[in-house]
Design a protein. Structure first.
Lengths: 145, 85
């Protein structure tokens, strides 16, 4: 399990773009399960949509991508003092149900194919046991300093 | 053109979003077709998935044209048949 301090040591993203709150399961190279608590206080709900708050699908993808970075990081044992840049290469995700304020997103990432600096992963998000989004994304990592 | 060639050509075309006709046997993925390392990995993963084979990482560097990709795929398809026999 990783708490938010440990997540922040890995992920470069910060407010308002840190899309996972906790990692509840981590098997390096095999699997990561992360949690994102969705609150009505999220600023994107202001505009998406007024009077009808729905979490934007792209932000579910972002949460999936961030969980993937954690998997990547843990799998490849990239040193923590290196500054890394992460790139999203492709996204194939289907959205099955809307995600609303009060929902807890549980994101599971498992690698399909992972090399030293690029990977393709299977991603899935569920709320209370119901799958809300699933797909496949590819990403790469590069040391920048 | 045999079946395997056509299947792999179409699969690559879909991943790199090009017309299959542009993907000739000798067209170079990186120089001629604008393929990047992530797409190359996706091509490898798609072939593995379609033919239920497993291609080792180091073969990726050899898969730089359609012809080379078919050669690599064939190598593992043959292995698979041998294993199944």
């Amino acid at each position: 399990m990783l708490n938010i301090e440990e997540i922040q040591a890995i992920l470069p993203q910060r407010f308002p773009f840190l899309m996972i709150d906790r990692v509840i399961e981590l098997e390096p190279g095999k699997k990561v399960v992360a949690i994102k608590n969705v609150s009505i206080n999220e600023q994107f709900f202001n505009g998406h949509f007024p009077g009808s708050p729905v979490m934007p699908g792209v932000l579910i993808v972002e949460a999936m991508a961030q969980a993937s970075i954690v998997l990547f990081f843990a799998s490849k044992d990239l040193a923590k003092d290196k500054k890394m840049a992460y790139y999203l290469g492709s996204v194939k995700v289907r959205f099955l149900h809307p995600v609303l304020p009060g929902d807890q997103l549980k994101i599971t990432v498992e690698p399909l194919k992972m090399l030293s600096n690029i990977g393709i992963v299977n991603v899935s998000a569920e709320v209370a046991g119901k799958e809300v989004a699933k797909g496949e994304i590819s990403l790469s990592a590069k040391e920048i300093s | 053109m045999d079946n395997l060639e056509m299947e792999i050509k179409n699969l690559i075309a879909e991943i790199i979003e090009k017309d299959p006709n542009e993907i000739t046997l000798q067209a170079k993925f990186f120089e001629d077709l604008g393929v990047d390392s992530m797409m190359a990995l996706e091509i490898m993963a798609a072939i593995e998935k379609k033919y239920k084979i497993s291609i080792p990482e180091e073969k990726l560097a050899q898969m730089t044209t359609l012809a080379d990709t078919i050669t690599v795929a064939k190598e593992y398809l043959v292995n698979k048949e041998v294993t199944n026999a």
